[in-house]
Design a protein around this ligand. Structure first.
Ligand code: NAI
Ligand code: MN
Ligand code: ZN
Length: 337
């Protein structure tokens, strides 16, 4: 089989590898399509602290089960499935409290173990979620990115009284905007980004108001407009954002962060406690695939709006370069296998 392998930072090769055999409790997928994510590019460029090389990248993948290992129901062969990249032990504290995404021995497919940019992949049977026929292949490939939004939103519990502020209109911001609009029905969604084309996408994906904060102070601008956000999602993930969000938040607001920057940021307790703010963090997803499949099936979210490009996997280098260099016009890129 052919696999997209990052042999070491900056070295991507399409390698011939043996088709893997599913182990006990596993299924094998014939991968049909996969999505490119910022973290794939980070592994390619050597900027992911968790990655070990060589690595088959890809954690957003869809395909059909073509073989099962011992102990897995043979009737699963032929199922259309999407893979949850979170592989967890099932018995540590986070696993026992329903948070396998931060398992003490977490293995993320495409990061810690080989991923979905490959003609075949094996994974635990419980990580392969059946996709109803009503969801086309391309949309099914988008389930994983929406599980990130589902995970942060499930924790923050948005509602009709919320005035939401989303920082960043990349794939993560846009999936969150779609969920806030289509699933949770918040009162108003304001989006801040530095790129006008991305702000235009934010509007198409459900934002009521967009603000380009390249040259303006967002706190001042929101004060001028009389807006005090009650729910803030940081999907831009610059260290300067959390202190700003704490300052501009309404009393009793919730703030959700998902960045991995190791740079410090300065916050003070008074800013948080005086307004009794709640700060959530969210990593990947904890069993959110069934939820997102339901959202898609009931048309509460619209994954096609995010897909701007599609390539054959043999053009993976070109696809990654467009994804990296063209944030104005490129959002989600799919690879066909
Ligand atoms: P992206 O780079 O496509 O989008 C980020 C957007 O934020 C860009 O449009 C950029 O112009 C904007 N931005 C940057 N600084 C800003 C600022 N100060 N104010 C307003 N907007 C600003 O990235 P993507 O794929 O949407 O991911 C966003 C972040 O989420 C990344 O940092 C990524 O590492 C993180 N992430 C976290 C996950 C988790 O599970 N916690 C999962 C996936 C991504
Ligand atoms: Mn991703
Ligand atoms: Zn565990």
């Amino acid at each position: 089989m052919k696999s997209v392998v990052i042999q070491q930072p900056e070295v991507l090769v399409i390698e011939e590898r043996p088709v893997p055999q599913p182990q006990a409790g596993e299924v094998r997928l014939r991968v049909e399509s996969a999505g490119i994510c910022g973290s794939d590019v980070h592994i390619y460029r050597g900027h992911n602290p968790f990655a070990k090389y060589p690595r088959v990248i890809g954690h957003e993948f869809f395909g059909r089960i073509d073989a099962v290992g011992e102990g897995v129901d043979a009737s699963r062969v032929g199922q259309r499935v999407v893979g949850d990249p979170v592989v967890s032990c099932g018995h540590c504290y986070p696993c026992l409290v329903g948070r396998p995404n931060v398992c003490t021995s977490l293995q993320v497919i495409g990061v810690h173990r080989d991923g979905g940019f490959s003609e075949y992949i094996t994974l635990p049977a419980k990580n392969a979620h059946v996709v109803p026929d009503s969801i086309p292949d391309r949309e099914a490939t988008m389930i994983e990115p929406f599980t990130i939004a589902a995970n942060i939103c499930s924790q923050m519990n948005p509602g009709p009284l919320d005035v939401a502020l989303v920082y960043g209109a990349g794939p993560m911001g846009l999936t969150s905007i779609q969920a806030l609009r289509g699933v949770y029905g918040v009162k108003e969604i304001i989006v801040a980004d530095r790129i006008n084309e991305r702000l235009a996408m934010a509007k198409e994906n459900g934002a009521d108001r967009v603000i380009n904060n390249t040259d303006i102070d967002l706190t001042t601008e929101l004060a001028k407009l009389g807006i005090r956000p009650t729910l803030i999602i940081d999907a831009a993930c610059h260290p300067s954002i959390l202190p700003e969000a704490i300052g501009l938040a309404s009393p009793a607001a919730r703030i959700g962060i998902m960045g991995f920057s190791s740079d410090p940021c300065v916050i003070n307790q008074q800013g948080i406690t005086s307004k009794e703010l709640t700060i959530y963090s969210s990593r990947l997803n904890s069993n959110r695939f069934p939820m997102v499949i339901d959202w898609m099936n009931s048309k509460k979210i619209h994954p096609e709006k995010l897909i701007t490009h599609q390539f054959d996997y043999t053009q993976v280098v070109e696809a990654m370069e467009i994804f990296e260099k063209d944030p104005k016009f490129c959002c989600k890129v799919l690879l066909k296998f």
